[in-house]
Ligand binder design. Sequence first.
Ligand code: BTN
Length: 329
Amino acid sequence: MAMKQEILAALQQADGYVSGQELCDRFEVSRTAVWKVVNQLKEEGYEIESVSRKGYRIVSCPDCITSERVGSLLKTRWAGSTLSYFDVTDSTNTEAKKMAEQGAPHGMLVLADCQQSGKGRRGRSWSTPPGTSIAMTLIVRPQLPPDRVSMMTLVMGMAVAAACRQVCQVETQIKWPNDIVCQGKKICGILTEMSSEPDAVNYLVIGTGINVNLTEFPEELKDKATSLLNLTGSHVDRAALVAACMEQFEHYYDQFVRIRDMSLLQEEYNRLLAGKDAPVRVLEPGNEYSGTSRGINDRGELLVEKENGEIVAVYAGEVSVRGIYGYTG
Ligand code: BTN
């Protein structure tokens, strides 16, 4: 860890003041070196008070998701253990794929403050305006057959829902497979892409976009999307939310890989599922039908009970849930 990130972590973890001498001793550097780092942090927007004979105290942090800020908050073993941050990029998924091709490690997280051509599912676009949102892509290298990969996206959905609860006290739901919704509107989308051989995965990139402190939405999205700020009325520390997502992901991922399916997570996922036991409409190409959502099975497929009592396991496909995104069914 670079010294700047470590000093930042020491200041953030401290209850009150941290003496300059303590920092010098810990990092085996001079007073001037510590003072220089503190000044750099101040220039980056950290408000740091220095009081003689007491030391330094962090008063406030800028709302940014730089590697240093996120790294100083992370308590994970491997998720986010390597970080790469961009002020602006086309898409963190595209960047992550390039890095994975070049050998980036399992657990590397790519972050961006703004995306110029963010990608959504089904060829749609995803907007990440600067200073307000989270765009992040995690590289994982699981030992999994390719047909089990779609479950990893469900695992990230659970992690984001848990992180929103932990950091913002917001109870969200998951619209299968992996939109995070609250009050019928979307706050997060996940796009997983993979590189694989016929029977093994090389790597996966799990891209997550969260509407955090956004307040303005284009007309066509007003009924369908919202943000954590809109829901809570409070500004959310994006870096704390990223760190919580990584911690939660690590927790759920470890359970998932034990059995390589959703059996340990299925019950919790189904508790979060929007529209469980309610009417849904399945939109498969050339095959649309209605039924009742019965939750996921251990393969992460959505079980839909048709009117004739037949239960269909939906593997991929668009499912409309009554009351979500303005759908009235
Ligand atoms: C969707 O709901 O359609 C999925 C949206 C996924 C958006 C995220 S933002 C970070 C990552 N980079 C991208 O280009 N897309 C994903």
